[in-house]
Design a protein around this ligand. Structure first.
Ligand SMILES: NC(=O)C1=CN([C@@H]2O[C@H](COP(=O)(O)OP(=O)(O)OC[C@H]3O[C@@H](n4cnc5c(N)ncnc54)[C@H](O)[C@@H]3O)[C@@H](O)[C@H]2O)C=CC1
Length: 402
């Protein structure tokens, strides 16, 4: 029988929270706290059985609270383990508030579009404890349970507070009408949409997007332009095999269709406090946010060298080459180099290594997760320090191409 025997109290009220559930705001300490040690021990034990634990966790949530089922997609593929994965990631970093606080605040505001309410958090907390107790049997006990209760209480309170702060500033989601749909290759479309309310974001960021064909299935897409005076937003979408949202956007979306957008996210944005050169690697539709970055630099007037490598597997996939070469003609500080080849041999990062020197550049990497990983390795190898390399979180991208 599925049963969550572990009780989570209702989350504390805002006024009580400062005493009861707070992630310390100082820097992380070198020595892990006793709670972090207990939490990491449990995490290590569940790692090999994560899939089974995930199914059990959702079964606990839905059997205990069937009314919550309608908040999740009908078929739970990618979405399925997102919530649990996010909670486990947060718990793992419980000792590192510098990373954890911004992550949880984003997670809390991002959950507004799902209709998440403070009262849902104890339900999820009980299921989490129930699933951990079952799948981390060896490391579980009163102490581990107490450590998890403390961690989850602090995590959920941070998310609740962030959502509540955000309510006064922005809607939970935006409706956005498709105003143009341009097929650039049989698989790649450029979509332009008009949000129903002003949508503030920075060039280089991404959003989550839901189509009318797959309710509650959200995928991430980067903005393909810097903010425009007419308020329109554009996205480059490649239909990937079995990708529900991407196929719907490329093959079904037409002007007049209405999508939903979540809040903007991501920190792959131009650092306007320096005039360092920018080295940009865009693979496939990963060129979209790079194009937005170029427009941002052009608008800011402060000229700096921007060197773009646009990688694709074949000439046909260089679907945005003409736009980029057009930008290169109008901006003498911009250079664009298309690189065609099979990613597995790593042409794109390799081509970058053949030029340079890049040691005084900031780097931006955008594309398939494997390209980001190899690109970052190569950039470090050729002397760009990790803190000057920007890219979106590879875990977030897992849902990009669906
Ligand atoms: N913010 C971001 O990072 C964004 C990421 N994307 C992601 O970009 C991808 C685009 O997909 P496609 O156009 O089908 O890309 P693709 O599979 O055709 O590859 C694009 C480029 O990346 C290179 N590449 C691929 N794997 C590589 C590896 N292991 N090592 C080195 N280079 C590699 C290829 O040679 C090619 O130049 C999707 O996964 C999408 O999620 C899309 C938009 C924004």
């Amino acid at each position: 029988m599925l049963e969550a025997r572990h009780r989570m109290d209702a989350p504390p009220t805002r006024s009580a929270r400062r005493e009861t559930a707070r992630i310390p705001s100082g820097g992380g300490t070198a020595e892990p706290s006793p709670d972090a040690v207990l939490i990491r021990r449990t995490l290590a034990e569940i790692e090999p059985v994560a899939d089974r634990m995930t199914s059990y966790f959702y079964a606990l949530v839905f059997i205990g609270h069937p009314e919550l089922r309608s908040m999740f997609p009908i078929a739970m593929d990618v979405q399925r383990d997102r919530l649990l994965k996010a909670l486990l990631t947060a718990a793992e970093h419980i000792d590192n508030p510098a990373v954890l606080l911004p992550y949880l605040r984003r997670l809390g505001t991002g959950h507004r579009k799902y209709g998440t309410l403070p009262g849902h958090y104890p339900v999820v907390g009980e299921a989490l404890l129930g699933a951990l107790a079952r799948y981390a049997e060896r490391s579980w006990g009163p102490e581990a349970e107490a450590a998890w209760v403390r961690a989850y209480t602090a995590i959920s309170q941070t998310m609740i507070d962030a959502a509540s702060d955000d309510e006064v500033a922005a809607p939970a989601w935006w409706h956005a009408e498709v105003v143009s749909h341009e097929l650039r290759t049989p698989d790649i479309a450029v979509l332009t949409v008009r949000p129903d309310q002003p949508y503030a974001f920075l060039a280089g960021q991404y959003t989550s997007l839901e189509t009318p064909w797959w309710p509650r299935v959200w995928r991430h897409y980067s903005f393909a332009s810097a903010p425009r005076t007419d308020g329109l937003l554009s996205f480059h979408v490649k239909a990937v095999p079995a990708g529900w949202v991407s196929n719907a956007l490329v093959r079904h979306a037409r002007p007049g269709d209405v999508l939903r957008l979540g809040p903007p996210a991501g920190s792959m944005v131009v650092d306007h406090s320096t005039d360092n050169g920018m080295l940009c690697l865009g693979g496939g539709t990963g060129i979209a946010p790079i194009k937005a970055l170029i427009e941002d630099v052009a608008e800011h007037g402060q000229r700096r060298p921007v060197e773009v490598f646009f990688g694709a597997r074949c000439d046909n996939d260089l679907y945005d080459k003409d736009t980029l070469l057009g930008l290169q003609r109008s901006h003498p500080w911009l250079s664009v180099r298309p690189v065609v080849g099979d990613g597995l041999s790593g042409q794109l990062p390799h081509a970058v290594g053949e030029h340079g020197p890049w040691s005084s550049y900031d780097a931006y990497v955008s594309g398939p997760p494997a390209m980001i990983r190899s690109g970052v390795d190569e950039l470090k190898r050729i002397g760009i320090p990790g803190e000057r390399i920007r890219h979106d979180a590879v875990e977030e991208l897992a849902g990009v191409a669906g």
